[in-house]
Ligand binder design. Structure first.
Ligand code: SF4
Length: 239
C-alpha cells in the first residue's frame, strides 16, 4: 500500500483507513449484511482510487524534482546550496506560493522553515489544517544572494517548474504570498495592497494574494488583513 513518493504520514493514514474498511467488510460478511458489504466495498474502492491518484501525483512531482537536480538555467544555480523544490500533499486543496528560499531554506532544502515559515505554519494551523495537508513552494527554487529581489530573467527561467507543480497538484486554491508571487502568477504590476482581499484566477484556479509572512514579522499590524484573506479561503473550501 505504501506507494513510492507518497508522504509517509499520508500513506499511513490511507493504510489505516483501508484496514478499518476491510475490518468492517469482514464483520459485515460474517453477519451476511449484503447492503453493508456493498457500502464497505465501495468505500474500499474509493480509498484505493484516492491512494492511486495521490501516488501518481507524488511520482510526477518526484520526477520533476529529480529532473531539475543540478539546474543551472539561471545564475542562482551557481550560488545556492540546495534547490528548494517544495513539500506537502501532492494533491493538496491549497497551495501556498512564496517568493524564493531564504538562508534557512537554502541550508535545509525545504520551504518556509525559518521564522517566516514558523509564522506560516501557525497561520495554516489557525485555518484548521496542518502543513502536511497543504503544499508549500516558491516561485524561485534557489536562494538569491543576500535575499535580494528575484530578477525577471530568474523568474522567467524558473517559472516552468512551478507551472508543472501546480498542474500536477491541481489545487482548488492558490495562496500567493507577497508581491513577487502575486505579480508573477497574475502577470500584473498591480501592488499587493490592491490585489489582496479578493480572489483572482490563475489558469482557472482561484488565487488569493496576501502579504508574505516575512512582511508580517516586520509589520504585525498587517496580520489582521492576512487573517481576513485566510477566512475567505476557509469559506471557499467549505463550498
Ligand atoms: S532558480 Fe530555478 S532556474 Fe534558476 S538555477 Fe535554480 S532551479 Fe534553475
Amino acid at each position: 500500500m505504501m506507494a513510492e513518493g507518497l508522504s509517509e504520514a499520508t500513506a499511513e493514514a490511507l493504510l489505516a483507513e483501508l484496514i478499518s474498511t476491510v475490518k468492517a467488510l469482514k464483520n459485515n460478511i460474517k453477519s451476511s449484511d449484503k447492503f453493508a458489504v456493498g457500502l464497505s466495498l465501495a468505500k474500499a474502492e474509493k480509498t484505493v482510487r484516492s491512494a492511486t491518484v495521490l501516488s501518481s501525483a507524488a511520482a510526477a512531482l518526484k520526477e520533476i524534482q529529480e529532473g531539475m537536480a543540478g539546474c543551472r538555467l539561471c545564475a542562482l544555480g551557481k550560488t545556492r546550496r540546495n534547490i528548494v523544490f517544495g513539500e506537502g500533499n501532492p494533491r493538496a486543496q491549497v497551495v501556498f506560493v512564496g517568493e524564493a528560499p531564504g538562508a534557512d531554506e537554502d541550508e535545509q532544502g525545504l520551504p518556509f522553515v525559518g521564522r517566516a515559515g514558523q509564522l506560516l505554519t501557525n497561520i495554516i494551523k489557525a485555518m484548521g489544517m496542518e502543513r502536511k495537508n497543504v503544499y508549500i513552494c516558491n516561485i524561485l527554487k534557489c536562494r538569491p544572494p543576500q535575499n535580494r529581489n528575484p530578477l525577471p530573467e530568474e523568474i522567467a527561467a524558473c517559472e516552468q517548474f512551478l507551472k508543472k507543480q501546480l498542474l500536477i497538484i491541481s489545487p482548488r486554491i492558490i495562496c500567493a504570498l507577497g508581491t513577487f508571487a502575486a505579480k508573477t502568477l497574475l502577470g500584473t504590476e498591480t501592488p499587493i495592497t490592491a490585489l489582496r482581499g479578493r480572489f483572482h484566477s490563475y489558469e482557472g484556479i482561484l488565487l488569493m494574494p496576501t502579504y508574505h509572512p516575512a512582511y508580517l514579522l516586520r509589520n504585525p499590524a498587517a496580520k489582521k488583513f492576512v487573517w481576513e484573506d485566510m477566512q475567505m479561503i476557509m469559506k471557499e473550501l467549505q463550498n
